[in-house]
Design a protein around this ligand. Structure first.
Ligand code: H2U
Ligand code: ZN
Length: 347
C-alpha cells in the first residue's frame, strides 16, 4: 500500500512521472469519486464464420496484392503487400542549415496470422496455439534481427476496428527497421542511464516494488507479471513484464514461452470480460535492438494500450489538453488494476 501521504496525494490532482519514457501524466481522480457507472452491455453477437471466403487472411484465399495464402493450419507469416518499409531503400541524407534533416530508412514489414480460424481471438485460442504465436514472434525476431541491415524488430498487434485493425481475423504485424524507433529508443536511454547510476535494472527494481505494493498488479505466473503501471496513460493500460532479466523474445526458455502465452490468454480474457466486448487495443513488445551490440540494460516487456474508458461505446481520445499539454486520466492506475483483478479468467 502507498503510505499515508501517497494516499492523500493520489485522491487529488497530481502528476505522475514515467521513468521509462521520461514523460508525465496528469491524474485527476476526484473526477471519478463516484460509484461505478459502467453500462451493462451484452456481448454483441459476433456471428463470424470459422472461414470467410472474402477474408484476405483466411487459408487458401487470395490477398489484395494478388498473392494466395496457402492452406496453412497453424500460424502463417507473409511480407506485407503494402509494406511501410522496403529493404532496398537507397541510403542517403538530406540536411539543410541544421534545421532540415532526413535520412533513408531500410526495413521490412510482415503480417503474422495467429490462427487459421477467422472467428477466434487470442483469449479464445487454446494455450498450445497461443504458444505457437509466441514461438513465431521469437523466430521472426531472430530471423529479421539477423539481417545485416536490421537494427530493431518491433512486434505488435492492432486489435479491433477502434484501433484501426483492418480485419477481425486474428493477426499482428512485425516491422523491422535499420534504426531503433523513437519509443523504444527513449526507453533504452532511460534503462541505460538507470543501470549506470544504480547498477541495477529499472524494470527488475520496478517489478519488485510492484510486487511488494500489490495495488497495481493484475495477474502473474511463474515467469511473467501483468500490472497497471504507476504512470499509465490509457485507462486500462498494462505492462506485461518478464520476471527474469531477459532482453528479447528469442532468449525466452521453453517454460517462459508457455508462461507468456498463459499471461496473454489470462489478460486478454479479463479485458474481454471488462465491458463484455472483444476488447480493442494496440500492444507491442519492447526488446533489445538487433544491432550486434550487447544490451544488458534491456528488460523484455510488452505494453497494452486499450482505448476504452467506461464501456464499449465510451472511449478515450487524446485531444485538447493532451495534444497540447500532456496526457491526462481520471481513473487512477490503482483503481484500474482493481477493476481488472475483479474480472474472471473465463470468457
Ligand atoms: P492491421 O489490421 O494491423 O492494419 O494489419 C493488416 C495488414 O495487412 C495491413 O498493414 C496488410 C495491410 O497492409 N494487408 C496485406 O498485406 N495484404 C492484403 O491483402 C490486405 C492487407
Ligand atoms: Zn479470415
Amino acid at each position: 500500500m502507498a503510505d499515508q501521504a501517497g494516499m492523500l496525494l493520489f485522491s487529488r490532482p497530481h502528476r505522475r512521472y514515467n521513468p521509462l519514457s521520461d514523460s508525465w501524466v496528469l491524474v485527476s481522480p476526484q473526477r471519478t469519486q463516484r460509484p461505478w457507472l459502467g453500462q451493462v452491455e451484452k456481448r454483441p453477437p459476433e456471428a463470424r464464420p470459422a472461414y470467410d471466403p472474402g477474408c484476405y487472411l483466411c487459408p487458401g484465399n487470395e490477398r489484395a496484392g494478388g498473392q494466395r495464402n496457402p492452406a496453412y493450419t497453424g500460424t502463417y507469416v507473409f511480407t506485407n503487400d503494402f509494406p511501410a518499409l522496403l529493404p532496398d531503400t537507397p541510403p542517403g541524407e538530406y540536411r539543410r542549415d541544421g534545421l532540415l534533416y532526413a535520412a533513408g530508412e531500410r526495413g521490412t514489414s510482415r503480417v503474422i496470422i495467429f490462427s487459421p480460424r477467422h472467428d477466434l481471438t487470442l483469449p479464445q485460442m487454446a494455450l498450445p496455439d497461443i504458444r505457437r504465436v509466441v514461438d513465431l514472434w521469437a523466430a521472426q525476431t531472430a530471423e529479421l534481427g539477423g539481417l545485416d541491415y536490421v537494427g530493431y524488430v518491433q512486434v505488435f498487434e492492432n486489435k479491433g476496428a477502434a484501433m484501426g485493425a483492418s480485419n477481425p481475423h486474428p493477426h499482428g504485424q512485425i516491422w523491422a527497421t535499420e534504426h531503433v524507433p523513437a519509443e523504444p529508443a527513449r526507453e533504452l536511454h532511460a534503462l541505460a542511464a538507470y543501470r549506470e547510476q544504480r547498477g541495477s535494472c529499472l524494470l527488475c527494481d520496478y517489478l519488485a516494488l510492484e510486487q511488494a505494493e500489490g495495488t497495481r498488479l493484475v495477474l502473474q505466473n511463474e515467469h511473467f507479471a501483468v500490472l497497471v503501471p504507476f504512470w499509465a496513460v490509457w485507462p486500462f493500460e498494462v505492462m506485461l513484464v518478464a520476471k527474469r532479466h531477459v532482453g528479447s523474445l528469442p532468449e525466452l526458455s521453453d517454460a517462459e514461452r508457455d508462461g507468456l502465452g498463459d499471461a496473454i490468454r489470462r489478460l486478454t480474457t479479463r479485458y474481454d470480460n471488462l465491458f463484455a466486448v472483444s476488447f480493442p487495443y494496440s500492444m507491442g513488445f519492447h526488446q533489445a535492438p538487433s544491432d550486434g551490440a550487447p544490451h544488458p540494460e534491456v528488460h523484455l516487456h510488452a505494453h497494452y494500450y486499450p482505448p476504452l474508458l467506461r464501456s464499449a461505446t465510451v472511449r478515450k481520445f487524446m485531444v485538447g489538453y493532451e495534444m497540447l499539454a500532456e496526457p491526462q486520466r481520471d481513473l487512477t492506475a490503482e483503481s484500474a488494476a482493481e477493476r481488472l483483478r475483479e474480472m474472471p479468467e473465463t470468457l
